[in-house]
Design a binder for this molecule. Structure first.
Ligand code: HEC
Ligand code: HEC
Length: 417
């Protein structure tokens, strides 16, 4: 048995060492990954400039060693991100639910996918997701590369389809085939798809907000209400700032227990009681459901990832279930100490905030809106029918009848439907 195993390994090594081209590589699993033909690669490493207040996108740390940022990859990822042909009927793109014009979210309470299907959770922003260690509200994906493979296969997001079907479809688009060759030295593969989209997402950054300007010495960028809100939130004003209000209690609202650091998130999971009914029964088990059997923590029941509060005015409604319509409502929710349930975080307690203090907190959060970085829509490569779809069509919220009429001949796009 051991001997047989060793032989297999030797054979594999020999095969990998021989200068085998991508076309000769075994067909099985070819859509997932291929050996690159490096002679085809023409791409350039780039350094993405980060707005004020954000950490650098350090290679091999913030950006994984397996997927360095390159110009061609970011451009390709942008096209894929906006391309409705990734979905099963050619109507939904990533941007449908993470639209740069809507704070990279969708403005819906619960996200709406293919054919008008309503999902169980609110769409989080993609902004600054490069800094998150765990993706999704329950943290079930460990990287942007892993995350990007989920929605295309989700029946209620981009449709019921296999990865192989998606990659086969993209391989019929000559512009994608050519770009994958240049960027990865392969045909379209799932590995390249994930890497390109993740690279584009790493450029979606929110910084240089009034708060960031304050932090670098421009004390006029925050008004007095925002400054009081900042203290209540849990952050000290600069000692050099002339405005030092006396009767404002540092950390009274306790927000920095969880919303801390440059991206205002501890990247941890907490139960705030969101979605709990009067009996304390939770509608969504959150992190607990994502933990492996044998590794379940009671504290993870109904716990969700702390989201960033950067750009938060642009991403209403709030919470994993979109249950809070405004920032004022979010503050009221914290002020009452959340919804009682057996697993409520010990850091969630009634805050006894005055009306002025509530306003000040909201004013501070408004000062976390970053400088808007406009995203020009990409021109999508023409399909085998010569038609290049308009990415704008997929920016509207999908509805059942409209979705069907968005493209003239949906079957031209769908292989094996
Ligand atoms: C139908 C709407 C919809 C579509 C289409 C969609 N998403 Fe999402 N996205 C969501 C929702 C809802 C969540 C949260 C789901 C959860 O936590 O279980 C999410 C989560 C994410 C996250 C995690 C953010 C974080 O901070 O944890 C990223 C990144 C993301 N999506 C990127 C993408 C990409 C890339 C695509 C296209 C390949 C895509 N999404 C397609 C709705 C959508
Ligand atoms: C115990 C940790 C914790 C504390 C303390 C905390 N938060 Fe949160 N915050 C979270 C988590 C976790 C969520 C998501 C909860 C959910 O959806 O179930 C959240 C969600 C939010 C959201 C919604 C963001 C979005 O995109 O949906 C805002 C706004 C917010 N918090 C602001 C605050 C403010 C203001 C304070 C202080 C008054 C505060 N938080 C205190 C952990 C915390």
């Amino acid at each position: 048995m051991a001997r047989k195993h060793l032989l297999g390994l030797l054979a594999l090594t020999a095969w990998a060492n021989s200068a085998i081209s991508a076309d000769q590589a075994p067909a099985s699993g070819n859509y997932q990954v291929q050996f690159p033909d490096v002679s085809k690669i023409q791409d350039q490493a780039v350094e993405v400039q980060v707005p004020k207040g954000l950490p650098l996108l350090t290679p091999n740390a913030v950006v994984p060693a397996s997927n360095p940022l390159t110009a061609g990859k970011i451009e390709l990822g942008k096209q894929l991100y906006f391309d409705p042909r990734v979905s099963a009927n050619g109507t939904v793109s990533c941007a449908t639910c993470h639209n740069p014009e809507k704070g990279w979210a969708d403005g819906q309470k619960l996200t709406i996918g293919i054919g008008g299907a309503v999902n169980g959770r609110n769409s989080p922003t993609v902004l600054n997701s490069v800094y998150s260690k765990n993706l999704f509200w329950d943290g079930r994906a460990a990287s942007l590369e892993a995350q990007s493979q989920g929605p295309p296969q989700a029946a209620t997001e981009m449709g019921k389809q296999t990865h192989e079907q998606i990659i086969d479809r993209l391989n019929t688009i000559p512009g994608y085939k050519a770009q994958f060759a240049k960027v990865f030295g392969t045909d379209v593969t799932l590995d390249g798809f994930a890497k390109a989209i993740a690279s584009f997402e790493r450029t979606a950054l929110s910084g240089n907000s009034p708060y960031d300007k304050y932090a670098t010495g421009d004390f006029k960028s925050l008004n007095e209400s925002a400054k009081r809100g900042m203290i209540l939130f849990g952050l000290r004003l600069d000692q050099e700032d002339e405005y030092q209000p006396e009767n404002v209690t540092l950390k009274k609202a306790n927000c920095t227990s969880c919303h801390l650091g440059t991206n205002f998130s501890d990247d941890q999971f907490h139960n705030l009681g969101v979605g709990a009914d009067k009996e304390g029964k939770l509608a969504d088990l959150g992190r607990w459901a994502a933990e492996a059997i044998g590794a379940k923590n009671t504290a993870s029941i109904g716990a969700f990832k702390t989201p960033t509060v950067r750009d938060v005015t642009r991403t209403a409604p709030y919470m994993h279930d979109g249950s809070e319509a405004t920032l004022e409502a979010v503050v009221e929710y914290y002020n009452k100490g959340g919804n009682a349930n057996p697993y409520l975080s010990k850091d969630i307690k009634p805050l006894n905030l005055t009306d002025q203090e509530k306003k000040d907190l909201v004013e501070f959060m408004k000062a976390l809106d970053g400088e808007l970085i406009p995203v020009a829509l990409p021109k999508l490569p023409a399909g085998p029918d010569g038609v290049s779809p308009d990415p704008r069509a997929a920016l509207e919220v999908p509805t059942a009848p409209k979705a069907a009429s968005l493209i003239s001949n949906p079957h031209a796009l769908i292989k094996g439907e």
